[in-house]
Ligand binder design. Structure first.
Ligand code: 4NP
Length: 152
């Protein structure tokens, strides 16, 4: 069964996690279930701002709409409100563990075994590669949640 809610977390919440939110939103759009999706950053550098313009631009070219998203910082409440919190890389994962309340109900996990590379200091090609990696990881989760004969 898919989780009811998923939060994607990266560092700035302007490149990787809003992109993952947009990709997963589109992927589950035509499914028979819905998942509440959101994204946040471990840092507050970009709070209130839009996604990186390169993420918006490359996302649009691949059919994803990131224009309505607004950066925010992850907070303690998130560890109770979301079933699953996906870290985009190991640093995000470690930072989440540091602030995770002891009685948190969310499961904090890496989004993929391989970190989603931070494209912030890269170019448009790095953003393209980021989207492809996110698409693959999203499909893997969908398969894990819904695929096969597993009715758990
Ligand atoms: P993100 O990328 O964590 O994928 O949103 C970054 C965004 C901003 C910064 C670093 C990474 N920054 O240093 O401002």
């Amino acid at each position: 069964m898919p989780p009811k809610s998923v939060l994607f977390v990266c560092l700035g919440n302007i490149c990787r996690s809003p992109s993952a939110e947009a990709v997963m939103k589109k992927i589950i759009k035509n499914q028979s279930f819905s998942i509440h999706l959101d994204s946040a950053g471990t840092a507050n550098y970009h709070t209130g701002g839009p996604p990186d313009e390169r993420a918006i631009f490359v996302g649009k070219s691949l059919g994803y709409d990131l224009t309505a998203l607004q950066a925010r910082q992850v907070n303690q409440q998130d560890f109770y409100e979301f079933d699953v919190i996906f870290a985009m890389d190991e640093n995000n994962f470690k930072d989440l563990q540091k602030i995770k309340p002891t009685d948190a109900t969310a499961q904090v996990m890496m989004f993929d075994k391989t970190a989603i590379a931070d494209p912030y200091y890269g170019d448009v090609q790095d953003f393209k590669a980021m989207f492809l990696h996110i698409e693959q990881a999203s499909q893997n989760w969908l398969q894990k949640w819904c695929g096969g004969d597993n009715h758990e």
